[in-house]
Design a protein around this ligand. Sequence first.
Ligand code: SF4
Ligand code: SF4
Length: 92
Amino acid sequence: MAVKITDICINCGACIDECPVEAIVDDSENPTGEEIYYVYPDKCVECVGYYDQPACAEACPTEGCIVWDECQEGQTCHPNRCEAGTPAVELC
Ligand code: SF4
Ligand code: SF4
């Protein structure tokens, strides 16, 4: 996984246009069926090469809705990512 949108998402839409690789879809296109926005983990590059830290998490108005998830082999992952489950606005 990459970054992950959790169920405290309020569907405000602030993140979706910030993503440089169009990895985010809204609730109507969420493949899990949950009524929240969704990040495709195979598309998300954790903003490496685009921004210093995840642009979606910086744009999100909630307290930590977007979190780091596990970094899987073969994915582009931020060199200063924190542990899975911690807010992606924080670097470690
Ligand atoms: S971390 Fe960056 S690449 Fe990943 S979903 Fe958020 S904005 Fe898109
Ligand atoms: S910015 Fe945050 S609360 Fe708004 S849609 Fe994106 S993840 Fe959900």
